[in-house]
Write a protein that binds this ligand. Structure first.
Ligand code: SAH
Length: 230
């Protein structure tokens, strides 16, 4: 097992260096976090050996853990800092939440922020909690069962919000629950195809959107999501 863990560590470092080389990652803190968080702990046993292949992988219930470059791109676009309070919509495996937690609430100490991550599939909330516990992020990340298209009012407002599923539009509760100088990153577009990753900022009453490129995410469900059963 020790050898296996060592080779996972090497694979992880190489995968992150590749992402840096390809221009997906610039933030030093996100680079450090991605080199630390063991993606293999967030996968079903049979897929662990593929942990550092840069592709989405199945986590059951028709859902996927996002590809490494997508986790990198979104985390980079959020301008994360220690101490921030984050909302993630779509906890899935808990991996992305753990990477963000390692930036806003590093294990090494210092200012401790927190990640609230909301997930609509009960089995995945359980899966994420187990994964976060094994990887040592249970104190920095709270996985919550619920409809994240409504945000998570209890801990609002948030410094940063990220949505890991594609939405038909920007759900109004997410704008309302974002701090005045906050950033929201969300894929918006059609079902399965032609979605754009948006970075959204509030400036007073104005909402400013910036396109970050084309992406493909599973659909956002719930009140402000798609009416789909998948
Ligand atoms: N961030 C995850 C990726 C999960 S994929 C990871 O690192 O593994 C997107 C997730 O969004 C799926 O688990 C899906 O069940 C969830 N989801 C879809 N609609 C949702 C909603 N309205 N509220 C909360 N979660 C939702």
């Amino acid at each position: 097992m020790i050898n296996r863990n060592r080779s996972f560590k090497e694979e992880r470092e190489q995968a992150v260096e590749r992402l840096v080389g390809m221009g997906y990652l610039r933030s030093r803190e996100v680079i450090r976090a991605m080199k630390m968080v063991p993606r293999e702990e967030f996968l079903p046993e049979s897929l662990r050996k593929r942990a550092y292949v840069d592709t989405p992988l199945s986590i059951g219930y028709g859902q996927t853990i996002s590809a490494l470059h997508m986790v990198a791109m979104m985390a980079d676009a959020l301008n994360l800092e220690t101490g921030q309070i984050i909302l993630e919509v779509g906890c899935g495996s808990g991996y992305h939440a753990a990477v963000i937690a390692e930036v806003v609430a590093p294990k090494s100490g210092g200012r401790q922020g927190h990640v609230y991550s909301i997930e609509i599939v009960p089995g995945l909330v359980h899966f994420a909690r187990e994964n976060l516990r094994r990887a040592g992020y249970e104190e920095q990340v709270t996985a919550i069962l619920g409809d994240g298209s409504l945000g998570y009012f209890d801990q609002a407002p948030y410094d940063r919000i990220l949505v890991a599923a594609a939405s038909p539009g920007i759900p109004s509760p997410l704008i309302e629950q974002l701090k005045g100088d906050g950033i929201l990153v969300i894929p918006v577009g059609n079902l399965y195809l032609f979605q754009e990753l948006l970075r959204v900022r509030k400036e007073g009453e104005k909402v400013i959107r910036e396109g970050l490129g084309g992406v493909a995410f599973v659909p956002l469900r719930g009140k402000h999501g798609w009416k789909t059963t998948r």
